[in-house]
Design a protein around this ligand. Structure first.
Ligand code: ZN
Ligand code: ZN
Length: 90
């Protein structure tokens, strides 16, 4: 199954092997995708906050670059996938 990922913030295409963020609606299984770049991350945080206020339940997924050398990727990973960490207040 190959589907074209589009960024929910800028509507640009996301290459699957590039780092990106997925926000999954746990009720419907629908996943919103965002670029890892700061602008789109910011939109991601804002939009997710809005949806959370509407009573939705989400899971955040961080997809690292396929070239990311880190075994346990996260913010500040060796691949530099997410240079600007999101300030998620949970
Ligand atoms: Zn984007
Ligand atoms: Zn990484």
């Amino acid at each position: 199954m190959s589907r074209v990922l589009r960024c929910a913030a800028c509507a640009g295409r996301i290459k699957p092997h590039h780092p990106h963020i997925g926000v999954e609606d746990l009720e419907t299984g629908v996943e919103f995708s965002y670029h890892a770049r700061p602008d789109c991350q910011k939109r991601c945080v804002e939009e997710t906050a809005t949806r959370l206020e509407a009573g939705k339940v989400y899971a955040m997924h961080h997809y690292h670059s396929s070239r990311c050398p880190d075994e346990a990727p996260g913010f500040g990973c060796a691949g530099g996938c997410f240079d600007t960490p999101m300030a998620m207040a949970n």
